[in-house]
Design a protein around this ligand. Structure first.
Ligand code: NAD
Length: 525
């Protein structure tokens, strides 16, 4: 078996989060402007599939465009057919026969190297996210900082699992428990944390000794292509990470149902996650295992504002959580549930705060919000806004902010019924429903009334309310007197309850266990 119990070969400092840049430092701003120019020079490049280390150009391409200027092509990636997806799974299975015999510390060393290179190229990656998914400078940097954190954190976690695991001593036997990899996995990330989630899921899988096929989101395929190149540059062997962009509708089912696939690590919408879970549950001819599915899905996240809250802090927390990255975070606040006593004052203050939010091309750091990711998202968000106007009172926004890209105004709809469509369905855009609660009891009941359970916040100065919420606010990530977004690796392990997913707690101590199985070994002595 593998030498997973080997002593770590590396001495490493304790994990520390990367500091996210605010770009007030003129040197950082200059570096970012230079990176935006450099990356502009690379727009429109072609990126092949990578299968068993071979680069394969296909005729069919996926066009990744800049949502702020949709005529600008960020890159063209080859698009895998069913045959190529099958080849990629075969290549991963072949590579697994040797990769599984490397040690956890050896594999951790690759992650440390990847983190270092990503750090050196941080501004270029930041700039790419500005072009590819419409992130503001600081949102883009937060995404890449989190990606570096995942690499650093999972590398250290791998070293921890390489240590002897405690088992109860038993006379006459020598017993041990070692963690071994699962096999070939499918990595299916979303576009919204195009760097962090894609890199986090891929690196967690491979550091545990698995090999993978990485099927990126078509809206963020270029950043995934860059990362796959980086992995090959640092010497990750061919076949360990196979890169197969392609339409989910075309190759998704094949990947998920292939009998050689041992696990699927998915982050994305509830609809796709549930479909994957269902398909993966049915054993296929030749399949020897129950597939493991890690599915992190959508949210409909609430911030409760109690009557005793610091109202200015609550307004700021709600505004930033609702409209940062255009509301396109699974943790975004899409419902503010406000106690009746402060409802009118809260709304007035929120309206004033939202009026200061600028929307425009995210290359300009003066813009707080950029575009939403694509035309489909734009249409869907505008439909929800229309619906919302019949379900409540439009207080701010409600229109496209500009016609030259997919820009939507930060939109606030007040007096929304807790069961209304815009209070229940994930919109994934800059639309906030404000709901009046009779009192705290009512607010808590409303907060728990969706099928989701991802993040939630409570603004209050009342310890009793904090204690109640601690017990009864049913979300995977609960915050007090702070925004509902911005979970940090290691600090706030992340994952939701109910239809928000399998609660995998990315960036936490339980996460790598999802990519391994434990082998108990006993020898009579
Ligand atoms: P999505 O479900 O549309 O796509 C996610 C991934 O699945 C993409 O790579 C896509 O190509 C692929 N896919 C689509 N159809 C498929 C199929 N039939 N089979 C296999 N794969 C398929 O989601 P999205 O729009 O990329 O991301 C936004 C969603 O992700 C939101 O719902 C958001 O809340 C959620 N999200 C959740 C978390 C979390 O940690 N819970 C984090 C980020 C995003």
């Amino acid at each position: 078996m593998t030498t997973t119990t080997a002593k770590p070969a590396l001495e490493v400092a304790p994990f520390k989060n990367e500091r996210v840049k605010d770009f007030k430092d003129p040197a950082d701003a200059a570096a970012m402007n230079a990176a935006l120019e450099t990356v502009k020079g690379r727009l429109g490049e072609h990126y092949p599939l990578v299968i068993g280390g071979r680069k394969i150009e296909t005729e069919k391409k996926i066009r990744s465009v800049n949502p702020a200027q949709p005529q600008q092509v960020v890159g063209l990636t080859s698009s895998a057919s069913k045959d190529e997806a099958t080849e990629a799974i075969d290549a991963a299975a072949q590579a697994f026969t040797s990769w599984r015999h490397t040690t956890l510390p050896e594999r951790a060393a690759y992650l440390f190297k990847a983190a270092q290179l990503l750090r050196e190229r941080r501004f270029e990656y930041d700039a790419l996210l500005v072009y590819e998914v419409g992130k503001s400078w600081s949102e883009a940097d937060g995404d890449i900082a989190e990606a570096i954190d995942f690499l650093e954190y999972y590398a250290r976690e791998a070293l921890r699992y390489a240590q002897p695991q405690p088992v109860v001593p038993f006379e006459g036997e020598r017993n041990e428990l070692v963690y071994i990899p699962l096999g070939v996995g499918a990595i299916i990330p979303p576009w919204n944390f195009a760097g962090a989630i894609m890199i986090g899921m891929t690196s967690a899988a491979i550091v545990c000794g698995n090999t993978v096929v990485l099927k990126p989101s078509s809206d963020a395929a270029v950043v995934a292509a860059w990362f796959v190149d980086l992995l090959h540059e640092i010497g990750v062997p061919p076949g360990v990470v196979n890169f197969i962009p392609g339409a989910g509708s075309e190759i998704g089912d094949l990947i998920v149902t292939h009998p050689e696939i041992r696990f699927i690590s998915f982050t994305g919408s509830k609809e796709v996650g549930l479909r994957i879970n269902e398909l993966a549950a049915k054993p296929q001819p030749g399949q020897k295992w129950i597939k493991r599915v890690v599915a992190e899905m959508g949210g409909k996240d609430s911030i409760i504002v109690a009557a005793d809250a610091d109202l200015d802090a609550a307004v700021e927390g709600v505004a930033v959580s609702a409209f940062g990255f255009q509301g396109q975070k699974c943790s975004a606040c899409s419902r503010a549930i406000v106690e009746a006593g402060v409802y009118d004052e809260f709304l007035e203050k929120l309206k004033r705060r939202v009026a200061t939010m600028t929307v425009g091309d995210p290359r300009d750091p003066g813009n707080f919000m950029g575009p939403v990711v694509n035309e489909g998202a734009l249409r869907s968000i505008m439909r929800y806004i229309e619906r919302g106007q019949s379900e409540g009172r439009l207080v701010a926004g409600g229109r496209r902010a500009r016609e030259d890209g997919y820009f939507v105004e930060p939109t606030v709809i007040a007096d929304v019924d807790p069961k209304a469509t815009i209070a229940q369905e994930e919109i994934f855009g800059p639309v906030l429903a404000v709901i009046k609660a009779m009192d705290f009891e009512d607010a808590l009941a409303i907060a728990n009334n969706t099928e989701f359970g991802l993040t939630g916040s409570l603004y209050t100065s009342d310890e009793q309310k904090i204690a109640r919420a601690r017990d009864e606010f049913f979300v995977g990530n609960l915050y007090f007197n702070r925004k509902s977004t911005g979970a940090m690796v290691g600090v706030h392990p992340f994952g939701g309850f109910n239809m928000s997913g399998t609660d995998s707690k990315a960036g936490g101590r339980d996460y790598l266990l999802l990519y391994m199985q434990a082998k108990s070994i006993s020898r009579k002595v």
